[in-house]
Design a protein around this ligand. Structure first.
Ligand code: PLP
Length: 223
């Protein structure tokens, strides 16, 4: 099975990078990004013991995960893509972690839907560290205000920060910036690093890495 071999390789690389950073291997969680992959691919990963998955679209996740969750009670799904407020209720119902909180309006709607659903998935704030206009995420200068709103005013369960560095820049500076922001605001979870750079992210302190093609191989369609 290609997925099980890939998972083994990724786990080995995570362990090596963690050791080099003098961190325990289990301080890094692997989020297997299953977007565009069929449910059978997720099943294959589950058979190899992978329990945490990432999806970037609410609707695609809804098509795959409710059935899988019925059979695998400890399966957890992270939302790693932009969230529209009109899909917030479905997101709260389905996801265990929402990594893409990035604006005041979404924070308010999530708080309302968590109240309605009586379910409080952990939230990470996505930071647009490269300040790219086309990219989701709060720019660093607006992070303090968003955090104050989310944590103090709305009591959202904000546990950390997430970033996607610009494609054409070395990621290290962006990882370092995210680490600095998390320290400033006393946040523990750091979701950073994808297939091409997760080992670097771990050296900088990533507590979770989001690996798609490294686990499942090339994606079928462009996400
Ligand atoms: C697709 C995606 C990933 C995984 O990308 P790979 O390069 O396939 O590992 C990670 N994070 C986010 C936010 C994504 O959309």
């Amino acid at each position: 099975m290609i997925v099980s071999a890939n998972l083994e390789t990724v786990h080995t690389k995570i362990a090596v990078a963690a050791k080099e950073a003098q961190r325990p291997a289990d301080s890094v969680e692997l989020v297997a990004v299953s977007k565009t992959q069929p449910a059978q691919a997720v099943e294959a990963a589950l058979q190899s013991g992978q329990l945490v998955f990432g999806e970037n679209r609410v609707q695609e996740a809804q098509e795959k995960f409710p059935a899988l969750k019925q059979h695998h009670r400890s399966l957890r799904v992270h939302l790693i893509g932009p969230l529209q407020t009109n899909k917030a209720r479905q997101a709260v119902e389905l996801f265990d972690v929402i990594e893409s909180l990035d604006r005041p309006k979404l924070a308010r709607v999530l708080a309302k839907e968590m109240e309605h659903c009586q379910k409080r998935p952990d939230c990470l704030i996505q930071v647009n560290t490269g300040e790219e206009p086309q990219k989701a995420g709060v720019v660093p200068a607006d992070l303090p205000a968003l955090l104050t709103l989310a944590r103090q005013e709305l009591s959202l369960p904000v546990v950390g920060l997430m970033c996607i560095p610009p494609q054409d820049e070395p990621p290290a500076l962006h990882f370092a910036l995210l680490v600095k922001l998390a320290k400033q605001h006393d946040l523990k979870a750091l979701s950073m690093g994808m297939s091409s750079d997760y080992e670097t992210a771990i050296r900088f302190g990533a507590t979770s890495v989001r690996v798609g093609t490294g686990v499942f191989g090339p994606r079928q369609v462009k996400p």
